[in-house]
Ligand binder design. Structure first.
Ligand code: HEM
Length: 367
């Protein structure tokens, strides 16, 4: 299985072909941590990430090389599992720049103006325990054990400096980021990710995904990540007639073709779709040209006392400005889909450019 380089102009895990599994984690810095703690944490995380993405143990002494008298550096459950296309993508939340102490890390004047908590949207039912965080790490891999091993070991490295605030497992990608990938399906059974920004579309990436204009220099080549945990009311949906399900999305179920005609990749004619269908409202033509790169995953967290699945979409999108997501999400206030979904978690992070070899992710923020 393949290995992706950790170092590069952009962080891996944005345009990288979407992998099968996700472990996403948000962290808060410890109350008395200082600028040095933050820099050292990012250095240590970057070093570990540069090894883990190559299928190596977290440090040179690894799972057993430290001898029998010390707890091993690496927890060991990924021994023999290879890199599994692992990507590790780091982000900085608005609260890292401005916290209860004011400017604990000396970076407040470097906060990008675009990096603010998302506004409240109609129908939000957000749980603070599944929202926000000073830092985030998006880990994607084709082996779930490799993904979980990564978050576990990065949390362990953070000990005393930052602590896990919340985390989310995901499976069965709900988007594609390259033309070679087949379009996967979400838990409502529809193809998801048909009209996405793809890795080889350099123009679209430059205009819609990579940060630049209006950003501080340290963000050049970075992006902004929005995460939304969206519960899907599966049992209610499963009682909806097929024709109605298709009208709600504006696409047919088997092929994923727009209801205005053609096949999956035929551009939809918006006038041929229900005015409140998801595709009509989310389409760039309905949003002043705003586009986003979607990279979400399905999740199931067991079931509730009524026997209903706790399931949904862990929506992840990359854009050069969170305003792109905000525009779309506002437009969707009349989406036919909203009867069947509920937004329960939310966060936004500035994702700095990739680290250069020998340096660490976000180094330019502290230069
Ligand atoms: C398109 C599902 C939430 C933005 C689609 C499509 C499906 C889908 C099946 C059509 C296929 C495709 O082009 O990918 C869902 C489900 C959601 C959800 C099940 C919630 C559980 C969102 C949210 C946003 C969003 C929160 C952004 C705020 C888009 C965009 C498109 C799209 C931009 C492409 C529209 C186009 O250009 O044709 N979604 N979606 N979706 N969705 Fe969603």
């Amino acid at each position: 299985q393949g290995a992706h380089a950790f170092f590069g102009a952009h962080q891996a895990g944005i345009t990288t072909e979407v992998q099968e599994h996700l472990h996403f984690a948000a962290f808060d810095m410890m109350p008395r941590s200082d600028r040095r703690d933050l820099i050292e944490l990012l250095e240590d995380w970057s070093y570990a990430a540069s090894r883990l993405t190559q299928g190596l143990e977290v440090s040179a002494s690894g799972a057993v090389g430290g001898g029998p008298d010390a707890p091993p550096d690496d927890t060991g459950e990924a021994l023999g599992l290879h890199a599994a296309n692992l990507t590790i993508t780091f982000g900085f939340g608005p609260s890292l720049f401005l916290n209860e102490d004011g400017d604990r890390y000396g970076i407040a004047d470097r906060r990008p103006a675009k990096l603010e908590r998302l506004p409240a949207f109609l129908g939000d039912d957000l749980d603070p325990a599944q929202s926000d965080g000073d830092l985030c790490i998006q880990v994607c891999a084709d082996d779930p054990q490799v993904a979980v091993h990564t978050i576990r070991n990065l949390s362990r490295i953070a000990f005393g400096r930052a602590k896990l605030r919340w985390s989310q497992l995901g499976f069965g990608k709900t988007s594609r980021t390259s033309a070679q990938q087949q379009t996967p399906r979400n838990l409502f059974g529809f193809k998801d990710g048909t009209a996405n920004i793809l890795a080889d579309d350099q123009d679209a990436l430059a205009s819609h995904v990579w940060a630049g204009d209006g950003d501080p220099g340290w963000m050049a080549g970075g992006s902004y990540l929005v995460a939304r945990k969206i519960a899907m009311l599966i049992e209610t949906w499963d009682r909806v007639r097929l024709g109605e399900q298709e009208r709600i999305f504006g696409r047919d179920k088997v092929e994923g073709a727009p209801l205005s005609g053609g096949t999956e990749m035929t551009p939809p004619k918006l006038s041929g779709l229900d005015p409140h269908s998801h595709v009509r409202l989310a389409h760039p033509d309905a949003n002043g040209g705003a586009r986003i790169l979607r990279r979400g995953f399905n999740y199931v967290g067991g079931n509730n006392a009524l026997g209903r699945l706790d399931a949904g979409l862990f929506f992840l999108s990359y854009q050069r400005d969170p305003a792109q997501f905000i525009t779309l999400q506002k437009r969707m206030s009349t989406d036919l889909l909203i009867e069947y979904i509920r937004h329960v978690g939310s966060g936004v992070w500035a994702v700095p450019p990739g680290a250069t070899s020998g340096s660490y992710v976000g180094a330019a923020l502290f230069a």
